[in-house]
Design a protein around this ligand. Structure first.
Ligand SMILES: Nc1ncnc2c1ncn2[C@@H]1O[C@H](COP(=O)(O)OP(=O)(O)O)[C@@H](O)[C@H]1O
Ligand SMILES: [Mg+2]
Length: 380
């Protein structure tokens, strides 16, 4: 790896010097001609998707013609090259059945930067939930059955738990949303897109950044308002995804009646109402049956806890998994029996917890990830 890097120009060498020291899983370094051959010269029919900074193409590589997704980033764009470095370093250190594996990369001084991922064939959750062509594809049947939605919720929660607590350093994804969740042919969910991901010293040790990146509609209030990032940023975004799975609605829909355009604002009073609101909340394509009611309630409880406005009262992802599985009672249930949703900001002021104190202390002793070269602390 290091020998290869020496042949790069100065800018790219410095860009990737850190990477060579930190790659943990062996990656294939592809040449640009291999990338061209794999994507049939980036033919239009191979486009899988596009994001703010990239185009993603379907391709085949190697003797075994392994199906891959090749993400092309513009090397001239500063944001794109930073996203490439983040993604290469972080994705190469991850190994989990609910995370799309990185296979390799290509750096070409003339043509750009490429990340090569294993191809996930079932399309994105965004497509399944919100694309009218896919939704209800088979006459009369729901686009995504309840059991798949529950499996997606649990799988992605496990991927997030792995990021936050399962590796040497806590990884905050920062862009959890349905277009970054892919489904395999067997509807196993896989988290992708680590272009905004960052390492933090530990879960619940927040740091501040100057520029708020991510996707509107999924941004936790403390991040949106104060640039404060921690594992709880992902928990909030995951809560919005849970609400999308439950309701089939997008985070913002201008075509909805007044008061219903913003999913979280619309859902919160309903979540407070308790079981009686299941019918109003549930995607009209789904039915609440004897078999799925318990899981629906568990997912509503988990979503409610995740979208709590106060970061310090938002549980960590392990607790959310417990709620999703029905193993853990949301804390409020000891206080407010007949209602499953009172967790939203219902704690009395005096309930300010030890973890909140810890968060404040942690904030006073901030640490910042080495990637955040433009996201310096406000108050060093
Ligand atoms: N490994 C993959 N397999 C199949 N499709 C993929 C894969 N990776 C990305 N895509 C498609 O490309 C889209 C954009 O990819 P993503 O990594 O999220 O890029 P961006 O950083 O530009 O948002 C995804 O929403 C998905 O539709
Ligand atoms: Mg994306």
């Amino acid at each position: 790896m290091r020998r290869e890097l020496k042949s790069l120009n100065g800018r790219e060498f410095s860009l990737l010097r850190g990477v060579s020291l930190q790659l943990q899983i062996p990656l294939v370094r592809f040449s640009y001609s291999e990338i061209l051959a794999a994507t049939n010269n980036f033919s239009k029919g191979r486009v899988l998707g596009r994001g703010a900074l990239s185009f993603v193409f379907r391709g085949k590589v190697g003797l075994l013609r392994t199906a891959v997704a090749i993400k092309r980033l513009d090397k001239e764009d500063k944001e794109a090259s930073k996203a490439f470095c983040r993604e290469l370093m972080i994705a190469s250190s991850l190994y989990h059945s609910n995370i799309v594996p990185l296979v390799g990369f290509c750096i070409d001084p003339e043509e750009g930067l490429f990340l090569v991922y294993k191809y996930v064939s079932g399309g994105s959750l965004e497509r399944h939930l919100h694309d009218k062509k896919v939704k209800g594809g088979v006459k009369g049947s729901p686009g995504l059955s309840w059991s798949v939605r529950y499996k997606v919720a649990l799988g992605i929660a496990q991927a997030i738990a792995y990021l936050h607590n399962g590796t040497e350093r806590c990884v905050v994804h920062r862009d959890i949303k349905p277009s970054n969740i892919l489904l395999s042919s067997k509807k196993v969910p896989k988290l992708c897109d680590f272009g905004l991901a960052t390492w933090t010293s530990a879960p619940s040790v927040p740091f501040l950044c100057k520029t708020v990146k991510g996707t509107f509609g999924y941004l936790a209030p403390e991040y949106f308002q104060h640039g404060k990032i921690s594992d709880k940023t992902d928990v909030y975004a995951f809560g919005v995804v849970l609400l999308e799975l439950i309701t089939g609605r997008k985070p913002f829909e201008a075509t909805r009646p007044p008061g219903e355009e913003n999913l979280v604002l619309w859902a919160k009073p309903l979540l407070q109402k308790g079981k009686g609101a299941i019918e109003e909340l549930l995607d009209p394509q789904l039915q609440c049956t004897l078999r799925n009611t318990t899981q629906i309630i568990q997912m509503i409880q988990a979503a409610t806890a995740c979208v709590s406005n106060e970061e310090s009262r938002r549980p960590g992802i392990d607790e959310i998994i417990g709620i999703l599985r029905g193993e853990e009672q949301p804390i409020y249930s000891n206080r407010k029996k007949s209602n499953f949703s009172g967790i939203i900001d219902c704690y009395p002021q005096l309930q300010r917890t030890k973890s909140e104190m810890n968060s404040h202390l942690a904030l006073a002793m901030l640490g910042v990830s080495e990637f955040e070269d433009d996201d310096h602390l406000y108050c060093r």
